[in-house]
Ligand binder design. Structure first.
Ligand SMILES: Cc1cc2nc3c(=O)[nH]c(=O)nc-3n(C[C@H](O)[C@H](O)[C@H](O)COP(=O)(O)O)c2cc1C
Length: 351
């Protein structure tokens, strides 16, 4: 049953090592250039932004984690309370379970109950995109996320491995839905050419959800009898920093950078590379089990770290952060240059 699978995923993510093993996000290759004369007052730094039509007090989105199992309700409640308090965005896990079994709806609708004003994003997988309308109608939401997870589908025994009509079906869903649609990966990244196709299909934003954080091949490895397939593809995907830069080279819609964002410094790097917001999932899971105060404390740490970085760069708002000088080195530079990105332009923005 889907509901049981959801619980199994949650437990595995809590208890096992489900992150990429050798592949990194690439943020380690990004050096933000220190400014000895910041020239600003840290107390006046503003993190305000707008994303998918809602004003946020920080450029942070809790990306889709759960729903669909009775145990998800308390987790969603904790996350939603924290999102509302800090005025950041929140996504939910796939709504498929509640479309198929309406008794499970409260495990999702608790989110809007607890977060009446902030940005809330629904969620459905590309293989179940025919459920998008029913999912959007489940509660008052600001946007719908359609997730792409071919890596997970191909590793899991019961996965959907015919993606021939995904793009066409996504386009139809975008045309039908009355709310903006964000297309998200789930941790293996999005290449530029796919992003261009999704922008053309009418996506309002893209969550690149790159490699370096939670690995869905890893999660499915623990669930499978023969672990060799998941083990082989554990580190598959486009690193988050790489995906962010290459997608931004060609698309003009807002970008949410996520996948392996583990500190406010990672967030700052993602935004300095051009992303509009940064997303986190796994780092909040333990705190979500503990309750809303723990989630708020963890998020406040991210926010403080982000402000410290901005202070050291002399950036008093996110627009200024997007224009700081930075160096892209190592594997990330190699990858981007092979894909035709001229990386030195980031190092000379203020010249
Ligand atoms: C327990 C768990 C459940 C998730 N379920 C979903 C889901 O239902 N739909 C979805 O789009 N993404 C889902 N994700 C993926 C996250 O939204 C995110 O893209 C991915 O975990 C990478 O971010 P991270 O490295 O910060 O965890 C889930 C992640 C976790 C950890």
């Amino acid at each position: 049953m889907i509901s049981d699978r959801k619980l199994h995923h949650l437990n595995l993510c809590m208890e096992k090592d489900v992150e990429y093993r050798d592949k990194r996000t690439g943020f380690g290759d990004v050096e933000l250039i220190h400014k000895a004369l910041p020239g600003i007052d840290k107390e006046e730094i503003s993190l305000e932004t707008e994303f998918l039509g809602k004003k946020l007090e920080a450029p942070i989105i809790i990306t889709g984690i759960t729903g669909g199992h009775p145990a998800s309700q308390a987790i969603n409640q904790a996350l939603a309370k924290a999102a509302e308090k800090l005025k950041i965005g929140m996504g939910m896990g796939s709504q498929r379970a509640a479309v198929e079994n309406p008794e499970l709806k409260p495990t999702y609708t608790i989110i809007r109950d607890e977060a009446p004003s902030t940005l809330i994003i629904g969620n459905i997988g590309a293989p179940q995109v025919e459920y998008a309308e029913k999912s959007a109608a489940m509660m008052d939401m600001d946007a719908m996320a359609i997730h792409l997870n071919p890596l997970q589908e191909v590793i899991q025994p019961e996965g959907d491995v015919n993606s021939k009509n995904y793009l066409e079906n996504i386009k139809k869903a975008i045309e039908t839905l009355e709310i903006p649609v964000i297309i998200k990966e789930t941790g293996a990244g999005i290449k530029r050419e796919d992003a261009v196709a999704l922008e053309k299909a009418g996506a309002a934003a893209i969550d690149i959800a790159g490699a370096g954080g939670t690995s869905w091949a890893a999660v499915e490895t623990y669930r499978s009898k023969d672990r060799s397939l998941g083990d082989l593809f554990w580190d598959w995907g486009i690193p988050t920093a790489v995906s962010t830069v290459e997608v931004l080279e060609q698309v003009n819609i807002p970008i949410l950078a996520s996948g392996g964002i583990r500190t406010g410094l990672d967030m700052a790097k993602a935004i300095a590379l051009g992303a509009d917001t940064a997303g986190i999932a796994l780092p909040l899971l333990k705190e979500a089990f503990e309750g809303p105060e723990a989630v708020v404390a963890r998020l406040e740490k991210f926010i403080e770290e982000l402000k410290v970085v901005m202070y050291l760069l002399g950036a008093s708002n996110l627009k200024e952060l997007k224009n700081v000088d930075l160096i892209i080195q190592g594997k990330t530079r190699d990858w981007l240059q092979e894909r035709g990105v001229e990386t030195s332009k980031f190092a000379r923005r203020s010249l």
